[in-house]
Ligand binder design. Structure first.
Ligand code: HDE
Length: 680
């Protein structure tokens, strides 16, 4: 096994497959130079196209076959390359080579996704986000195929097709796209009550993230770390974004889907292009095997978290996403993740959800990528060499030489030969198992509500309000009164008052019994306690003719120094002249952007601002206000807002002194939202 440690190895490998067609002569796929590419071969200028036009047929046939099946779940996704750097050796717990030496860097590829929607659906759906990472280690690919929510809806893979059928558009009319707000999803929830905990997360702000860069990631299942001595620890994996965990509000999310359905991918792409590389710290929670039974939940149950206050998250490394893909189809679409792609030192547990996934992912690639050779696609190739006796199949690239393709053999000296565990060969953890063959749910998996209430208890008031609003929205769209009633009755087990308030909003009887005596909370679950930074936030500067040049330039410099990304928005795109005769270029007009696409608004205006500008700027500001966003104004912009109803609200910074404005406004941007603002 090669021990060459080179974090650029994946890039170097991919570079060999890159082709730049620009400036080149055109040819067919057979290398024949093409002289005419606009007109097919015809019998006479107005005659029929001829069958012998191989060039037309090649071009059209290739086009006809351009699409592959989209992923059955997680179809809508976006990815980037990066590197993972280890801070602290995990040697006491695992022998995984990439987790041994602090400072070691491993190339990674990460794909973020929504779950329910089709490949072209809006990215701001209320949904779970996929967070799948492929580590190209020297011992083979390790895939951590996680989500941004640490628990799952169901406990056994057997139910996955049912869950997904329930959330996808209903089969009789194909409605609704990328939405859980419909009868079949909630019917599934009420009749499969292990969903309770995850549904609480799904109704929370976690399901409408501001950015892929501002989400946590979780391995969800309990995995095993196994060290050199063969000792195992149970482990849960975490990604913690350096920018904190932040969300949109639901009204805003729905509008973003219309204004820019590519909002999340554009945010990721542009951040990387701008050099604002997204960073996530990698954390592990560890439980010694012998301690696994000391908790009030079963560590094999994927509907349970290990509260961070009970089992601390040890931060052991950092991932930086620093390179966009060259080609979305070749990389993002063809990447094939699989929880079964592990390396020595990382192993599975008997979590029945994980066990089922170990079958499903390869199976799905066979249909999606058209055969068993998808590991040869550039994005899926390991960076270390691989040899075995597997041969042939659709689209085989490798030219395996020689006579022998079987084992054992003598003609090739019995090679390729298996490698002993001591030399890096993978050996399954030798867990002792014993039991009758049964189809059953373990008794220890039957508490569905304790942690759902723990989650509820951990929320701030505004987060609780958002959860109630989300339930009211989602259930408000359910036609069946019986389903609505079943759901509120079910969630009375989480919190009676919550369920009663939701019932009032959706026209069903408030449940009279239920409630929970769980009082425990976990502050780590609330986004109120997250990291807050102005860095990489985007601010729209609304500007009109004869703006105050000196102030604006100062403010722009000051805010950019804080890492804030600024875009000028005017009545039209293009040049806008200042009071001193110089000009700026408006990046956008009120026609092409909207307040929902920004984190905050800064109104500058201008001496010549006309009624049209005033009206559009106020609409922009009012919407930002309704979404609790920071609003700043100087110069003529201040005058505009001073006379409006929003002037004295929290997070509205009206400040003539530019230096003070920069300080106060950037602090407001860092705060993200002003929930104590009353909005009508
Ligand atoms: Fe997946 N899941 N899943 N899933 N999943 C797929 O694999 C499946 C589950 C997750 O960006 C599919 O290549 C089953 C949990 C992500 O390419 C498929 C079960 C978690 C992605 C599949 C689960 C995930 C997938 C569809 C229940 C979080 C996108 C296309 C046992 C820990 C990866 C594909 C990417 C994709 C099956 C449950 C995460 C069909 C059977 C739990 C992030 O194989």
């Amino acid at each position: 096994m090669s021990k060459k440690h080179n974090e650029n190895r994946k890039q170097e490998q991919l570079d060999k497959f890159r082709v730049d067609d620009s400036g080149k002569e055109m040819s067919t796929n057979q290398g024949l130079k093409v002289s005419e590419d606009e007109f097919s071969l015809k019998a006479g200028e107005r005659g029929p196209t001829l069958m012998e036009d191989f060039q037309f047929r090649e071009k059209m046939t290739h086009f006809d076959h351009e699409r592959i099946p989209e992923r059955i779940v997680h179809a809508r996704g976006y990815a980037a390359h990066g590197e993972f750097e280890l801070y602290e050796s995990m040697k006491p717990y695992t022998k995984a080579d990439f987790l041994q030496e602090p400072g070691r860097k491993t190339p990674v590829f990460v794909r973020f996704s929504t779950v329910a929607g089709s490949k072209g659906s809006g990215e701001l759906a209320r949904d779970v986000r996929g967070f799948a990472t492929k580590f190209y280690t020297e011992e083979g690919n390790y895939d951590l195929v996680g989500n941004n929510i640490p628990v799952f809806f169901i406990q056994d893979a057997m139910k996955f097709p049912d869950l997904i059928h329930a959330v996808k558009p209903e089969p009789h009319n194909g409605i609704p796209q990328a939405a859980s707000a419909h009868d079949t999803f909630w019917d599934f929830v009420a009749n499969n009550q292990e969903t309770a905990h995850m549904v609480m997360w799904q109704m929370s702000d976690r399901a409408i993230p501001r950015s892929f860069r501002m989400m946590e990631g979780f391995g969800v299942h309990t995995f095993r770390f196994v060290n050199e001595e063969g000792k195992a620890h149970f482990v849960k994996f975490h990604w913690k974004p350096k920018l904190g965990v932040h969300s949109t509000v639901w009204d805003e999310a729905q509008k973003i889907n219309g204004k820019n359905p590519d909002f999340h991918r554009a945010d990721l792409y542009e951040s990387i292009e701008n050099g604002d590389y997204p960073e996530f710290e990698f954390g592990v929670q560890l439980i010694a095997e012998e301690d696994a039974h000391t908790f009030d939940f079963d560590v094999l149950d994927p509907t349970k978290i290990w509260p961070e206050e009970d089992v601390p998250v040890k931060i052991i490394g950092k991932m930086t996403l620093n390179r966009n893909v060259d080609n979305v189809f070749a990389e993002t679409e063809q990447v094939a993740f699989h929880p079964g792609h592990v390396v020595p030192g990382i192993d599975f547990t008997n979590d029945p959800l994980l066990q089922g996934r170990l079958f499903s992912y390869t199976d799905t690639q066979l249909i999606r990528l058209g055969g068993p050779n998808f590991h040869e696609l550039p994005i899926n190739r390991p960076v270390c060499p691989f040899h075995n006796n597997q041969r042939d199949g659709y689209s085989r690239h490798t030219l395996n030489t020689g006579q022998v393709s079987y084992h054992n053999n003598s003609l090739a000296n019995n090679t390729p030969k298996p490698v002993a565990p001591a030399n890096g060969g993978y050996q399954h953890y030798q867990e002792k198992v014993e039991g009758r063959k049964v189809q059953a749910r373990s008794e220890s998996f039957k508490d569905h509500f304790t942690q759902a209430t723990l989650f509820w208890n951990s929320m701030s008031d505004i987060e609780k309000q958002h959860i109630k609003d989300a339930f009211s929205f989602e259930l408000g769209k359910v036609e069946s009164e019986a389903v609505r009633q079943q759901v509120v009755d079910m969630f009375a087990n989480v919190n009676l008052k919550m369920a009663q308030e939701v019932a009032e909003n959706i026209g069903v009887a408030p449940p009279q019994s239920g409630g929970s005596d769980v009082t425990k909370s976990s502050p780590a679950l609330s986004q109120e306690n997250t990291i807050k930074k102005a860095k990489t936030r985007t601010v729209a500067i609304l500007v009109d003719e004869k703006f105050h040049s000196e102030d604006v330039m100062l403010a722009v410099r000051g805010l950019q120094d804080k890492g804030i990304h600024l875009e000028f928005v005017g009545k039209k795109r293009g040049e806008i002249t200042s009071n001193s005769g110089n000009s700026i270029n408006a990046d956008h007009s009120f026609l092409t952007v909207d307040s929902v696409l920004y984190d905050a608004v800064y109104v500058v205006g201008g001496e010549d601002q006309d009624l049209d500008f005033q009206q559009k700027a106020m609409d922009f500001v009012k919407e930002a206000c309704a979404h609790y966003k920071p609003i700043g104004a100087t110069n003529q912009g201040m005058r505009l807002i001073e006379n409006s109803a929003i002037a004295n609200k929290p997070g509205v910074i009206l400040e003539a002194a530019i230096n003070r404005f920069i300080g106060r406004f950037s602090q407001a941007v860092a705060a993200h939202r002003f929930w104590d603002r009353e909005v009508s």
